[in-house]
Design a protein around this ligand. Sequence first.
Ligand code: ZN
Length: 410
Amino acid sequence: MFRPLFNTRASSIAFLWKGLFMTIFRLENPVQHYDWGSQNAMSELFGMANESGQPMAELWMGAHPKAPSILADEQVALNTLVDGKTAHLGKGSLEKFGQTLPFLFKVLAAAKPLSIQSHPDKQQALEGFAHENHLGVPLDAFNRNYRDDNHKPELVYALTPFRAMNGFRPLDEMRPLFEMAGLKQLEEAMKWLGEGNLKAFYEHLMTLKGEEKDRLVAAALEFADTSDHPAWQEVQRLNQFYPGDMGVLSPLLLNVIELAPGEAMFLKAGTLHAYLEGTALEIMACSDNVLRGGLTSKHVDVPELLKTIEFDTIALSDLCLKPEQEQNGETLFISPVDDFLFSVIEPEKALAPLKVKTAEILFCVEGQQVIKAGDKSVELKPGSACFISAATESYQIQGAGRLARATAIL
Ligand SMILES: [Zn+2]
């Protein structure tokens, strides 16, 4: 049968030609229906319909090939538009981060706890990825730990009260939490905590098996029933979701933090963490490398997890990022990595044009805005987003409310 090759080619040429002049693109963003997701958070916050009634766990904004955003008017995937293209990513981004958009931006709405996890640093990811390739573990295999060779630092900005566990508690907080329960199954192991050897203590917990493990968890839960300490109540709560999992003891080891809406925290490589409940924006380096330590039906690899964990402690009060007020209505949340930059913009105060250094995604948190560059403009309302090409030198924002801005650091 004759195939209308000419038409296809003509339309793709028209698209490319038009693309030279179009710099702002309205996005349609795919929703991930993971089982821990909230059924109604995104509907309540952004008026997004949820006809199927499935959990709406994550909204992905980016060029990740697993679920790229789609250009709403052109119906082209964002990775198709930007991958390898200087005009869209910018020369600096291509040189520093490679062929694709270097960050992934998400809305995350958790109705129940996610797995306890840690992410590798760059070196570990490079080695782990090469090693699993060498062993011939398929990229999409259940037991694959390293799906790419990149690290995955994360930054979380709360949209509602957002609860999470992040980083080991200071030892002088951790010890009394275990001591108050007087668990005789841990009598021996407690000496490591006394000596400040957190690594040995944690390894002991994570490598307990069979009856030994069951007896410890049962004794801990018995104490949790009687305790009104918030950390022990959290143990009990986790056990309702993941009964008998060693991960339910995590609140005794890790900081339990509640971010107020508008607060942000950073999760560095090698930090043990788990999101518990709430809705947030999340920006991360473009990677899918997760090592899990419980509270999940997904693959758990304790020895590999132990290799990536940093056994340092952090005080709860040091977890929040300090916002830095910029001029022109923009507040920056600077993280310690030089991969991505996250900021929040109040359009009423953004009177001067915003300069573009590299590709960006703008997400409307509240209110309504028009984003303008040259003769191109895109309207945003809560829950919607647009992509701005690197070649756009600057853009203007009209409207009110709050926008979140995600970009790379060059
Ligand atoms: Zn994570």
